[in-house]
Design a protein. Sequence first.
Length: 132
Amino acid sequence: SGPTERATDPAVVAARLTDILGVRVRMAAPTGGRVRLTGIAPSALLGGKGVAVFFEVDGNLATLSLVPAAQRFPRENRVRLARGRPYVTAVGETRFVLWRQGPLVCALAGDLSEPRLTAVFLAIRPGLRIGS
């Protein structure tokens, strides 16, 4: 599915995320020019209510879900990306990059190759600030 609220301004999306999640979220535009913010919708992941943020990537959809959670990820399947070690996995054709940021669990998903999805992660993660 796709966004229920169309939004292309990162500041507007960040304000909605802050309202819904109850934690301060700041978001900058994705870097690199090939990833475009398109909107948000209610979401659930790992048993928590959250928000999905949608991005268009070269005509494909990638979804970033953010939920409050105290879950821990398995140690295996972690890969070194920039400064972090997110959990990278796949279910069928859908690939996932998962990480904790502040009090939230973040999950980026898409029917993209692993190198392409990790490039999307690297385009959005530096501009995402969660917490005070």
